[in-house]
Design a protein around this ligand. Structure first.
Ligand code: G1P
Length: 293
């Protein structure tokens, strides 16, 4: 496609039960990895891919996400008066000036496919990106979504990020049956949502990055509840395959599944090790924690 992705959708209405009791009041997307909430990493990746319109599919329990991207006048004034320039820039730059945020309420939790369908009035008919903020992807170079947008062969093609997972974990993911890979990409033959290991066509799992054509909306409208009784994005992608092109893309980068405790711990340690002010502290803390009592 080689055109920047202008619009990116963030489905953020989910309850985050794996982080209860914290997620009773803290949206899981607001949980921090060091000093940035998960949603900030996702937004930075979208902006890196060229997005100027960020579409958050949210719910009544997630007002903190809109608050976070809103201007905090009093705080900014205070920081300005006390000359804290770096902090002021950090607060102001959560989204660059040319980027606008749009919030759409998903009033019923009917599944990821339904959440993406809620973005239809904002997206229209153009290709768009989807980022699931639980999947935090770190890369030294271009972000995963930018890599996928640059690869996308046409406006009508779908591109889904994939990664191999242990065979006994296929039931946690959308699983792809793909042709032989040509470099990072492979043409998808079939996708299935959360198959048991015994029936999974492979161990190539969809991770939370998608580049989708506008056509996906009419397919989502026809999608009936699937795995877990939910309207699944994976099922609409399976329908897209019937008369279109979908590519599985092995991105360059490291994924942390921050929808659960293990991934959040791994991500925190990883980012601490990347920070010269924290690397030694993190190393010493781990060494101390693994000492037998
Ligand atoms: C969703 C998708 C699934 C994908 C996963 C990646 O599942 O439905 O296909 O593999 O995200 O994180 P969820 O984790 O929301 O159950």
């Amino acid at each position: 496609m080689n055109a920047p992705l202008r619009k990116v959708v963030f489905p953020v209405a989910g309850l985050g039960t794996r982080f209860l009791p914290a997620s009773k009041v803290v949206a899981k997307e607001m949980l921090p990895v060091l000093d940035k909430p998960l949603i900030q990493y996702a937004v930075d990746e979208a902006v890196d891919a060229g997005a100027d319109t960020l579409v958050f599919i949210t719910s009544r329990y997630k007002h903190s996400i809109a608050d976070y991207f809103d201007t905090a006048y009093e705080l900014e004034q205070k920081l300005e008066r006390s000359g804290k320039k770096e902090l002021l820039a950090a607060v102001r730059n959560v989204v660059p000036k040319h980027v606008r945020c749009v919030y759409v309420t998903q009033s019923e939790a009917l599944g990821l496919g339904h959440a993406v369908l809620c973005a239809k009035p904002v997206i229209g008919d153009e290709p768009f990106g989807v980022i699931l903020p639980d999947d935090l992807i770190w890369n030294r170079g271009a972000g995963a979504l930018r890599q996928m947008a640059q690869f996308a062969p046409s406006r009508d093609a779908g591109v889904i990020a994939v990664e191999e997972v242990p065979h006994d974990e296929t039931h946690k993911y959308g699983i792809v049956d793909a042709e032989k890979a040509d470099g990072r990409a492979a043409r998808v033959r079939h996708v299935v949502e959360k198959p048991k290991p015994e029936v999974a066509p492979s161990n190539l799992a969809i991770v939370g990055r998608y580049v989708l054509p506008g056509k996906i909306f009419e397919l989502l409208e026809k999608t009936t509840p699937g795995a877990g009784g939910e309207i699944q994005l994976t099922d609409a992608i399976a329908a897209l395959l019937r008369d279109g092109d979908v590519h599985a893309y092995r991105f360059d980068g490291t994924r942390f599944d921050c929808g659960g405790k293990a991934g959040l711990v791994r991500a925190t340690l990883h980012f601490a090790m990347q920070d010269p002010a924290l690397a030694d502290i993190a190393r010493a803390a781990v060494a101390e924690a693994v000492q037998p009592n």
